[in-house]
Design a protein around this ligand. Structure first.
Ligand SMILES: [Zn+2]
Length: 399
């Protein structure tokens, strides 16, 4: 049996004051829960242990969590609604880390600083989301729009936002959401209203290979990939919208004394504008065709090539005068902090590209060495990050 929430007799602003007062005292509890969650490994494509821990916490606070086919954990406040009619506000925090199962997850304290893989990204986001949900329940807030707290899988790297993509899949009524707020990492000033898009491509060239002496002169896939990289390095990329193309990984071949049968390169293409992502992809394909033709001219055999899309994050931008950005700005100023507009790649990319007003926020505190085993978090402002989210929610979910 789950605790039944009593309808609140307090007015909207009284409820908000009660929630604020309670949440303001939660700084110690938030950092303790953050450390606890960071200690539960959540490698890419295997977030289940941490997801289970979140589900247990949600059940304990009476939020009746659900999980979906992919392993996202979902909890409604104050109750589940038909998203098409009631247009909820979605708050997301990703469960996964970038660290594989072989990385030891050791979190230790050095004074005010906590150190260890994933301590900030995204244990901070998870702990802040939980604290805010508890404050809403504590104050029995009655919002105009229900809130859906989504603890998502697969945000990082090759996960490619698979959790949030599934949540907002084709036909999902959650596409009617009023707003989407992703909690990711630390900090109090940044308001990420601009979703940085990316397309990640793996280009593979293949041929018959052969002996490095007796078959020398045959088309060589490594030459074709090298030629491609050279052409890409000479592309003129725009500053506005800022667009980048990074040759990130390359490989191929089996032996020092053989023409490789296969060579490959992985490219990370990023842009503030979706159309540039598509333009760059066609430029990659054109450069590849030219590189293959140059190598094939050696005869007598020809090479084949393949371009595989291994990651896709759509770009999108919410105007700074949108009420959601405005609400985030005033909530930030209320803490005595000057807001900064920022561009980044987070769970919010997906809703932003679908036209759902979306931002991403840090959960307060200071951090560094993200995505390394030396990642650190300094607890400099306690519950401020949680209070900022609460105030933004009060504005967009109306209570
Ligand atoms: Zn993150």
């Amino acid at each position: 049996m789950s605790p039944v929430q009593e309808p609140s007799s307090a007015s909207g602003s009284e409820q908000l004051d009660i929630a604020r007062a309670w949440l303001g005292d939660q700084g110690e509890a938030i950092i303790a829960e953050q450390v606890e969650l960071a200690r539960i490994p959540a490698p890419p494509f295997d977030e289940s242990a941490r997801a289970e821990a979140i589900a247990v916490k949600l059940a304990a606070l009476g939020a009746e969590p659900d999980s979906d086919e992919l392993g996202n954990i979902l909890a409604w406040f104050p109750r589940r609604v038909d998203p098409a009619g009631q247009k909820p506000v979605i708050i997301s925090a990703h469960l996964d880390t970038v660290f594989g199962p072989d990385t030891p997850i050791e979190i230790r304290r050095e004074g005010h600083v906590w150190r260890g893989p994933g301590i900030t990204d995204n244990a901070r986001g998870l702990a802040v989301a939980l604290a805010v949900l508890r404050s809403l329940r504590h104050a029995a807030v009655t919002p105009g729009h229900s809130a859906l707290f989504a603890f998502t899988v697969g945000e990082e790297g090759r996960g490619d936002l698979r959790g949030v993509k599934h949540l907002l899949r084709n036909g999902s009524p959650l596409r009617q959401a009023t707003a989407f707020i992703a909690l990711d990492g630390s900090g109090l000033s940044r308001i990420i209203h601009h979703a940085l898009g990316s397309r990640r491509l793996r280009v593979t060239a293949a041929g018959p290979g052969g002996h490095s002496w007796t078959d020398w002169g045959r088309p060589n896939p490594a030459n074709a990939i090298g030629n491609l990289i050279h052409r890409l390095s000479e592309l003129d990329l725009p500053q506005d919208p800022r667009t980048t193309l990074t040759v990130a990984r390359l490989g191929g071949g089996t032996s020092i004394n053989a023409i490789p049968a296969e060579s490959w390169v992985e490219l990370d293409v990023r842009s503030e504008a979706n159309e540039m992502l598509r333009t760059l992809e066609s430029q990659v394909r054109e450069a590849l065709a030219a590189s293959l033709a140059a190598e094939d001219a050696r005869g007598p055999v020809t090479l084949t090539a393949e371009v595989e899309l291994i990651g896709e994050r759509p770009a999108g931008k919410l105007p700074v005068d949108h009420p959601l950005v405005q609400a985030a700005e005033s909530a930030t100023r209320a803490l005595g902090v000057e807001p900064e507009h920022a561009v980044s790649s987070t769970d919010a990319n997906v809703p932003q590209a679908l036209g759902i007003p979306s931002i991403a926020l840090g959960g307060g505190g200071r951090s560094g060495d993200t995505h390394t085993i030396h990642e650190w978090f300094e607890d400099i402002d306690g519950a401020a990050g949680a209070l900022r989210l609460l105030d933004i929610l009060a504005a967009v979910a109306r209570f």
